[in-house]
Write a protein that binds this ligand. Sequence first.
Ligand SMILES: Nc1ncnc2c1ncn2[C@@H]1O[C@H](COP(=O)(O)OP(=O)(O)O)[C@@H](O)[C@H]1O
Ligand SMILES: [Mg+2]
Length: 387
Amino acid sequence: MLAATLDRLREGVLLCRADGSRLYTNPAAETLFRAHPLWSPGLGLALQDMLPPEALQKADAGGTWNDYVPFGEGRMLAARLSLCSEGGSHYLLLLQDPGLVRDDQDLLRRHAELNVRLTAAQEKLLQAEKMASIGQLAAGVAHEINNPIGYVHSNLGSLQEYLSSLFALIDAYERALRSPDPRAQLAEIDQTRERLDIDFISRDLPQLMTESREGIERVTRIVRDLKDFSRSDRDNSWKLADLHAGIDSTINIVWNELRYKATLEKRYGELPLVECLQSELNQVFMNLLLNAGQAIAERGVITVSTGQQGEEVWAEVADTGAGIPEEMLQRIFDPFFTTKPVGTGTGLGLSISYGIAAKHHGRIEVESKPGEGSRFRVVLPIRQPQD
Ligand SMILES: Nc1ncnc2c1ncn2[C@@H]1O[C@H](COP(=O)(O)OP(=O)(O)O)[C@@H](O)[C@H]1O
Ligand SMILES: [Mg+2]
């Protein structure tokens, strides 16, 4: 029965003596040998002639040896050599048909292709979530820019009126100077001043200028924040970075969206430079901040704190919002899990954030009490482990 089984195997089986000479060759192995340009049954090859020198040494030392051996024209055979020491030592060599190996390679190739496709899909999801959060931010930023631009515009309108009044007054003075009796004109000048409300203009104008300047400065600041934020987004490499700077530029951007609902408290500790992908971490903070804001219905507090503990640093976003029910806590990191209406939530933010923390060999911890609020803590190693 054993012989019949060996005859039917598609794998080549060779049993060899301790000196490497062949004791038994099954039909599949015979076929392989006939097809091999160098091995042929007539030559009576020993193991040493077929396998690389280290094969027998490895099998002697560790019991087995595995590798691919050349099978002519760039094809390979999978070979497994085992040392069998029961009843006097001998070797067992298993050879796998190139067809089967090719199947394996097909499998490997398909596996690699799938991996590439999966990575591309993940990349797309990451981009989708980014776009969704940026869409929300854009609305906030637009509002924030619109407001100062609005009053600077209306101030410019007033300024135009004031200027024409001032020019009218200058005209009145000129007329007075040119007249034969300037003193007689003074009464008219007084009248003009009153009519044009020059006293009010001289009080209002400096205020109007200050206010307009502040408006323009606010717009400049928002544009600078946007630039900081997008600069860090373009440069995505492992670097030693100041987490506080990253968090601050993210807060500046996100805050436009949140300031009407929440007050911000910062409790920063001392942080060393942290080895990280800063733009990806910014995306994590952005998502935690937006989630915190969305959890607050009317008014609340968002507290951002940081600190160091041993070889790790942490950054935490806490809110006084709705909180998360116990049974939901395990699901919030699942991709596409969202409790928000369509268009607001993608359900990807936390799952992507979790992935980014994991890539940094870190983690995200959550604590939440329904009705009281939630805290999300990102914990990261200061230095990435070697290799
Ligand atoms: N700070 C928070 N307070 C309350 N619930 C939260 C908070 N952060 C996340 N969640 C819950 O986790 C879910 C998933 O969050 P997330 O992955 O960012 O997706 P999304 O914000 O698009 O819904 C949210 O829909 C919400 O139910
Ligand atoms: Mg979110």
